[in-house]
Design a binder for this molecule. Sequence first.
Ligand SMILES: [Zn+2]
Ligand SMILES: [Zn+2]
Length: 154
Amino acid sequence: MTAPYSGRCACGAVTLAISAEPMTTRQCWCRQCQKIAAGGPTHNAIFAAEAVAIEGTLASGGWQAASGNTLTFHFCPACGTQIYGQSSARPHLKTVRFGALDAGHGLEPEVVIWTDDAPAWAQIDPARESWPQQPPAQPPAQPSAAPSTPPSGT
Ligand SMILES: [Zn+2]
Ligand SMILES: [Zn+2]
């Protein structure tokens, strides 16, 4: 499926409408993600913040990442569904949880990160790009149809 994407929390109090394709998609096995994902990894689609419209009341929590940045995670206070996360270093991006998107969104994680923190029983797809911790390059600041391809033309 392609944009626009729609979504909602489990109880329906929070809804999403996303007007662009994600810059990248990730599966994250860091210990903090395992806390909010019930022991598994989180699955995330990173969008330009302005492409993500959210209706309904969100609650938030946060933690300090190893990088020193503050990560804030936003969730529905009525049902607890994780909606998106945001880094203090990248306020122009919203990291939307796959679970908040409606079924049939078709997104898959392109990159697996923090495999060092994954439990021994974790099944990590060898066909996907993976990183033992945080990958060195951050997602591009601007949306791009093909982030791994250099811009064409001048
Ligand atoms: Zn809810
Ligand atoms: Zn994580």
